[in-house]
Design a binder for this molecule. Structure first.
Ligand code: C5P
Length: 244
């Protein structure tokens, strides 16, 4: 059924990104020693970046990995643009911002990127998956989560942002509305049989690919595996398998 829904994207590439959610630099580097070339992309989030900063970003990039810096920037336009200018000096390929910062903030970020490092791609986070309808209402947003996701996605893409981070359950709707061009990156991925942990709305790597994910983010199913390298390679194999 999934196949018939997104015929256009069924042969498209889908990259695996490792979420390097570890508490220390030593553990992060040991993990990459163990994984070697079984992953190409590494997501560095707030936990490691606030501890180790740009130095670790450079060290991981020097090992040949592509870097997704997941800082979810959200501030006044000038401050975000200056932060983007700083990040443009680092070997970072993908960077996240909060779409709820608004069109002006997103536009300034895109402009800073254009002038400092046009190869950096910007991704907007729309509604955090930890927010439900009641959570949105509590901050004065009366739209349903799906409606708000679509509104913020449209606003982001119009402001010059390259793509979106979304739940796998939003993939079909976003691809239908925005077509094949935007980069769509999705966490909440669990290979068949893997523990869900606290993730509630999950999907397998192959289903996410078939629904149009450009990239999937996977943390614990690789990090907590007895054999992380095999776990990563097995996910990549599923992503590369042609489905007809
Ligand atoms: O370990 P797991 O595969 O659940 O990790 C998923 C990664 O994706 C984590 O770094 C998490 O912060 C991130 N993420 C998420 N859900 C979102 C946005 C980001 O799980 N809605």
């Amino acid at each position: 059924m999934l196949l018939s829904m997104v015929q256009a994207s069924k042969h498209s590439n889908c990259e695996l990104i490792l979420a390097l959610d570890l508490p220390t630099k030593a553990e992060a580097l040991q993990c990459l020693d163990d994984l070697g070339d079984s992953v190409r992309w590494v997501k560095i989030g707030l936990q490691l970046f606030t501890l180790c900063g740009p130095e670790l970003v450079r060290e991981i990039a020097d090992r040949g990995y592509q870097i997704f810096l997941d800082l979810k920037l959200h501030d006044i336009p000038n401050t975000v643009a200056k932060a983007v200018e700083s990040i443009c000096q680092l070997p970072v390929d993908l960077l996240t911002l909060h779409a709820s910062g608004g069109a002006e903030m997103l536009g300034w970020a895109a402009k800073a990127r254009d002038s400092e490092n046009p190869s950096l791609r910007l991704l907007a986070v729309t509604v955090l998956t930890s927010m439900d309808g009641a959570g949105l209402q509590s901050i004065g947003v009366n739209a349903a989560p799906q409606e708000q996701v679509e509104r913020l996605a449209a606003l982001s893409l119009e402001a010059g942002i390259d793509g979106l981070v979304c739940s796998p359950l939003e993939l079909a709707v976003l691809r239908k509305r925005f077509g094949p061009s935007p980069l769509i990156v999705t966490p909440g991925i669990r290979p068949t049989g893997a523990a869900a942990n606290e993730q509630k709305r999950i999907m397998t790597p192959e289903d996410a690919r078939q629904l149009g994910a450009s990239m999937i983010v996977v943390g614990r199913p690789i990090l907590a595996s007895a054999d992380p390298r095999s776990a990563a390679l097995s996910i990549r194999t599923t992503l590369e398998t042609e489905t007809v």
